[in-house]
Ligand binder design. Structure first.
Ligand code: ZN
Ligand code: ZN
Length: 878
């Protein structure tokens, strides 16, 4: 057979992917029946580009899907993308701004048209990149969170929740950019530690000469103060509870409230409460029924509530206000203060927390069944520790702000009657107001939070709200594979939506993987310049190498530490697989492929490799069921490299080229059988190369590897003790080879060995295996003798099967070898004396750092051992 010496992933991978595609192997069909297995992909952003986090996330999903597909399940890996409201709108705005166009220049409709154009141009990039990685999604079912079906699902869900009274409108503190005049999500705010100032301001106590001191970084917001707060347990401040405080400048009376939120150890233990301009104060205000006072307009200019500062810019107001306070002797002191300042991601303007009217979903009733499902174990988190995080969050859940002041997204199905102010929820524009029959209606300008479409993902992608076969067949899905950052954003919300709209869990297992970092532990980011591009790795090492490397080095749920060199692990493994397969395939001529093995006709090595294969099959399935991917990959690596290549193939060589036709035939069948099964086991991890080798493997059927049957352990009673003895045989061979190496014996030189077995049974086994051992040790003779004198003057090594002796007599130039050893002894001895002198030196012992002294002590002990060993070796030469 003509098989290329080198495997070239660049030439092979795209061809293999096309092969799967044209054979229709990627498509799933519920009408085929069987047992379903479904994963809905965490939808990447439609304009996204593949990064290492995606590579890890999707490799794991593909492993699960391929494993289940080969195990006979009717599998569906549902692919789709997210419209990613803010991120996409930003990308398009940035690109337009290069041409000097703003979204306001275009207007809403035209701008949205531009985004759709952008999606047409860039929306397929991530899809093509996932295909390069080998992802076996059903690419024909591609969904998009703003496609027609999913938009209908979003609208339906909004209306159902609205009618149930779960959606309401209310005031809320948002991150506000005064320049862009829009709310920003937390992800859109860049927070950096910055040196600022902390101002200590005196607030007089009413009807007294006394005052309290509060500290703030944003003094201009004090104009919106409605109270001061202290911790209810703070005894020092108990006397203040009955007092009234006077707000400086504006002379407004302020209540004193008690709130657990106040840290009694921070500052004076008293804080000002400004519900309209601080999220924590807002919550305190809600708890105490305080009416917020907003002192700023949308553009960051002070409004009429700011009294004398009306129409001043917020920072100008700050300067002026501080001057006034100082003049009235109300500014106690100013300190330097470092804090995280938020800036607008788009224009770098300092973000202002601002109270505004938003739409919310009541979460408590939705959270109840979702919490119970996890507590009852209907949904399991892997690793388990995430259960606690989830439960804790769900028990303290807050209402969800779902409105965003951007243009790209699902517009709220809410209409306002201009005549009577009635609010109407309706899938389309209502003909008239149901209250006053007026027709002057205006749709809400806001769009829904991106997660308001992705929380429906597991069922909306299967066709909900329409009843259909796919939905019945594939829902609930089986596994969700995702990163920890989005447990609350996404995972928890999907569970809530699953119960609310489908009456059932959305998935059974949630696997949370770690974050991809560089090898120093830093998160990969553009600004740090430490990004490793998966496509570059695929280009250089191949997708298989990327996949298997990233899995091999990632412990369950732990962060991944990557450097480019780490991918050599996968490339070396891929080369090993290719070379071993190439050897086996080239030596299968005349192979009957009869794999109906009979235990009594197998050699010890056959029994050993087949029972190792059985163990590996069992181990792999058990580890995959527990989502322990690196354990699976390590088991396969160890089996294929160390047991199959290093041992069995070495053993097989003599059988393939030996005299006995019977032995040759049997060995060929075992080699074939193990390779065949190994390719199957390796396929989910390294799909391209295994499929390419499979194509070269002689078979009776022409099923592609991707849909061939997942291996089951052989139903053959294989003697464990024999398998164990063979393992020990290889240990003995290794010990014997080490002895040869120690005495510099050229590989081609035949030597004689003697073995003193450790018992009767071992003796019996060793005699049976003598020829094979002799071959592996390149020995002209191996004697096995229970009565061998252990005082024999020859280099030896103790192994579980027995002690192996290398006979040097008449085999080597004793004089030359002894001279070599003496020379080495001299050198070690010199070193030893030097270290001894150093350690006897008081000056050194007193002045050197302890770790340096310890290093010398370690050296002393290592050199002593070495010297002893050389002396012993020398003794065998005399
Ligand atoms: Zn801005
Ligand atoms: Zn009306």
């Amino acid at each position: 057979m003509d098989i290329p010496k080198q495997y070239n992933p660049r030439d092979t991978e795209d061809k293999i992917f096309q092969f799967w595609k044209t054979k229709g192997l990627l498509h799933s069909d519920s009408s085929r029946g069987g047992q379903p297995y479904c994963i809905a992909i965490p939808p990447p952003n439609v304009t996204g580009i593949l990064h290492m986090g995606h590579a890890l996330n999707n490799t794991i999903q593909d492993i699960l899907i391929r494993w289940k597909r080969m195990s006979g399940f009717n599998t569906l890996w549902l692919y789709g993308t997210d419209h990613a409201g803010i991120a996409t709108q930003n990308a398009v705005e940035k690109s337009l701004s290069k041409k000097g166009i703003s979204r306001n220049d275009l207007g809403r409709e035209k701008f949205i048209e531009k985004i759709w154009e952008w999606k047409e141009r860039h929306g397929n990039t991530i899809k093509e990149q996932l295909q390069k990685l080998g992802c076996s999604c059903d690419w024909q079912r591609e969904r998009f969170t703003m496609d027609e079906g999913l938009s209908r699902a979003v609208q339906e869900v909004f209306l159902r929740l609205y009618r149930k009274g779960y959606i309401y409108r209310g005031n809320y503190i948002v991150n506000w950019c005064p320049r862009c005049q829009t709310a920003l999500s937390e992800e859109e705010v860049t927070r950096t530690e910055q040196e600022g100032k902390l101002y200590y301001i005196k607030y007089p106590i009413k009807d007294s000469d006394d005052f309290v001191i509060v500290a703030t970084t944003r003094p201009e917001t004090m104009l919106g103060d409605v109270a001061v707060a202290l911790n209810p347990t703070d005894k020092r401040l108990k006397h203040l509870r009955e007092k009234v405080i006077v707000l400086p400048i504006l002379r407004r009376d302020l209540k004193v409230i008690a709130d657990e939120f106040v840290d009694p150890k921070f500052g004076t233990g008293i804080v000002k409460v400004t519900p309209a301009h601080d999220p924590n104060d807002f919550l305190m205000g809600q708890r105490d029924n305080l009416h917020p006072v907003n002192v700023m307009s949308e553009d960051g200019v002070m409004n009429e509530n700011a009294g004398p500062y009306h129409q001043l810019d917020r920072f100008l107001c700050r300067t002026k206000l501080l001057q006034d306070l100082d003049e009235q002797d109300l500014l106690e002191k100013v300190e330097r203060h470092t804090y995280a300042l938020g800036r607008c991601y788009r224009c770098d303007t300092i973000v202002e927390p601002r109270l505004s009217l938003q739409w919310f979903v009541k979460m408590k009733p939705l959270a109840e069944p979702a919490l119970k499902a996890v507590l009852d174990g209907k949904i399991k988190f892997h690793p388990k520790r995430w259960t606690k995080v989830y439960v804790n969050w769900m028990e303290n859940i807050r209402d969800w702000c779902i409105s965003r002041q951007i243009w790209w997204g699902h517009r709220l199905p809410i209409w306002y009657c201009r005549n009577c102010q009635e609010i109407i929820a309706s899938p389309g524009r209502p003909e008239s107001c149901p209250k006053c029959s007026g027709t002057d209606l205006k749709q809400d300008e806001d769009v829904l939070d991106t997660w308001f479409s992705s929380w429906l993902w597991p069922f909306s992608t299967l066709g909900w709200p329409d009843d259909n076969e796919d939905l019945t067949f594939y829902y609930p899905t089986d596994a969700l594979v995702t990163a920890q950052e989005i447990i609350f954003f996404w995972v928890a919300k999907m569970i809530m939506a699953g119960f609310e709209f489908m009456g059932d869990i959305p998935f059974r297992d949630v696997y949370i993987h770690g974050t991809v970092r560089d090898d120093t532990g830093a998160k990969m980011s553009k600004s740090l310049g430490n990004i490793i591009d998966p496509l570059e790795i695929i280009q250089e090492f191949g997708a298989d190498s990327l996949r298997v490397s990233i899995i091999l080095i990632t412990a369950q749920g732990q962060d991944v530490f990557l450097s480019k060199e780490k991918f050599e692990i996968g490339r070396n493994f891929a080369n090993k697989i290719w070379n071993a397969s190439r050897f086996v395939l080239s030596n299968l001529e005349g192979c009957s492929r009869n794999t109906e093995f009979r235990a009594d006709s197998l050699s010890s090595d056959d029994i050993y490799i087949l029972s190792k294969l059985n163990d590996t099959i069992t181990e792999v399935a058990a580890a995959l069921r527990k989502y322990r991917f690196n354990d699976t990959a390590s088991a396969l690596y160890d089996f294929f490299w160390h047991h199959y290549c290093d041992r069995y193939i070495e053993y097989a060589k003599a059988r393939l080229f030996g005299e006995s036709q019977e032995e040759k035939a049997r060995t060929q069948n075992v080699l074939y059988f193990v390779l065949n099964n190994s390719l199957k086991l390796l396929h989910p991890f390294m799909p391209f190369m295994t499929e390419a080798i499979w194509e070269l493997l002689p078979r009776d059927d022409d099923l592609p590897l991707m849909i061939s049957a997942w291996p089951k352990p052989l139903k053959l009673s294989l003697d464990r003790e024999v398998a164990e003895n063979v393992m020990q045989k290889y240990e003995l061979i290794r010990a014997g080879r080490n002895l040869r190496a120690e005495y510099n014996i050229p590989p081609g030189k035949k030597m004689t060995f003697a073995i003193k077995p450790s018992g009767e049974k071992e003796s019996h086994f060793l005699i049976q295996e003598r020829d094979n051992i002799a071959q592996m040790l390149r020995a002209s003779e191996v004697t096995v003798d229970m009565h061998l004198s252990s005082a024999r003057p020859a280099p030896s090594a103790i192994t579980p099967l027995g002690t192996v002796y290398l006979s040097l007599e008449g085999q080597i130039d004793v004089g030359a070898e002894a001279a070599r050893w003496r020379k080495q002894y001299q050198k070690v001895n010199d070193d030893l004396e030097r270290v001894k002198r150093k350690l006897a030196n008081r000056d050194f012992l007193e002045k050197a750092p302890p770790e340096v002294v310890q290093k010398e002590k370690d050296r002393l002990s290592a050199l002593t051992t070495q010297a002893k060993k050389i002396k012993k070796n020398l003794s065998f030469l005399q």
